[in-house]
Ligand binder design. Structure first.
Ligand code: PMP
Length: 359
């Protein structure tokens, strides 16, 4: 056999794997935008009802998402027009991967803003697309003229816009995103992973034009563990995507759980409401801390700039709190940290550490 270094693609050998952090026992985990709540554990009897529901899932059979009724349930719960076609992914990560694969013709380009979700750029590299990263303004708002001129210059086949954006959270204006969709000759994916927390959505426009795909995930609303994302778009594009998605990429337990969640959407929305209220309270608390700048967020996290992010990250660790150190990942994120909005107790712990060190 040839040595592995001769066999495996050199560009992949040069990559580093996405690091999933091991969290020590007892740590408050606020690094990955997970919900602190199990949505079915908050209403009497609901957890048991869900357990019975998934107990009936036919584990011996391959999953059939179309027959599961989940797409229709999503359509109803989230106001997705009937003209749109929905694709399901094993997390929206998987959909990002396959949408990129769909458009990665030799010489084709992907455009995204910077900083944004790192997997866009990663997938461009993986599938050999040219990547154009357009920097945000310093306050993390969209630099629309720069995006429009990059579209004109590079004619990207694929544009990803996280709306709200990760890792900054600062809302982009709806009109600006509409302008991008109108200007683009390629496909625009509006990634609404944090859409439940923003109060705005392009889902009602899904299916209305061939170049628009609206993507969501249930990960941030209490179901990171079931790995389920969905994308809604024009049938002409979604039928092509269907050709390359693995036939059995979803599993019976996730499909059943998501369907149950749609039937009990009130329980899910209740946790989203709690987190939105906590986001306001956390933001107010952060804004009152002298040597810290908190950026307004439409998502379930708040990005802050501190005098020394490396030191502050370590201080959080010593206090058994894990957050995300953004410093070093992009010049615009100098001395920035990203804090997931947690439960009231978790947010109080965050505020106490920051007040003690930065007031
Ligand atoms: N899009 C954005 C903008 C994200 O921040 C994330 C998660 N960090 C994802 C997609 C992927 O989410 P998932 O695979 O859990 O659906």
């Amino acid at each position: 056999m040839n040595s592995l270094s001769n066999l495996i693609r050199p560009d992949i050998q040069a990559m580093t794997a996405y690091h999933v952090t091991d969290v020590p026992e007892g740590f408050i985990k606020l690094d990955a935008m997970e919900s602190p709540y199990h949505p079915f554990a908050r209403q009497p009897g609901l957890l048991e009802k869900w357990q019975q529901y998934i107990a009936a899932a036919p584990l011996n059979l391959y999953p059939n998402p179309a027959a599961s009724g989940l797409q229709t349930a999503l359509q109803q719960a989230f106001d997705i027009p009937e003209t749109a076609k929905i694709a399901l992914g094993n997390g929206s990560d998987e959909l990002i991967q396959f949408i990129t694969m769909l458009l990665a013709k030799p010489g084709a380009a992907m455009l995204a803003v910077e900083p944004s979700f790192v997997m866009y750029r990663h997938n461009a590299a993986l599938f050999g697309m040219d990547y154009i990263g357009v920097p945000l303004n310093e306050d993390f708002t969209l630099d629309l003229p720069a995006v429009l001129s990059a579209i004109e210059r590079h004619n990207p086949a694929l544009i990803f816009i996280a709306y709200p954006n990760n890792p900054t959270g600062v809302p982009f204006k709806r009109e600006e995103i509409k302008t991008v969709v109108q200007a683009a000759q390629g496909i625009v994916v509006i990634d609404e992973a944090y859409g439940a927390f923003s109060g705005d959505s392009f889902l009602p426009l899904a299916g209305s034009s061939e170049n628009l795909i609206v993507m969501r995930t249930v990960s941030k609303i209490g179901f990171a563990g079931i790995r389920l994302g969905y994308a809604a778009g024009h049938p002409a594009v979604m039928n092509e995507l269907a050709k390359i998605l693995p036939p059995y990429n979803m599993n019976q337990l996730s499909l059943a759980t998501a369907k149950f969640a749609m039937e009990h959407i009130d329980a899910v929305n209740e946790t989203v409401g709690l987190l939105k209220a906590e986001r306001s309270r956390l933001f107010a608390g952060l804004s009152g801390i002298g040597r810290l700048k908190a950026f307004e967020s439409g998502a379930n996290f708040i990005t802050v700039r501190v005098p020394d992010a490396v030191e502050m990250f370590e201080i959080f660790r010593k206090n058994n709190i894990l957050i995300k150190k953004l410093h070093g990942s992009h010049p615009l994120l100098d001395n920035c940290l990203r804090i997931t909005v947690g439960s009231p107790e978790q947010n109080d712990a965050v505020l106490a550490v920051l007040k003690q060190h930065l007031s």
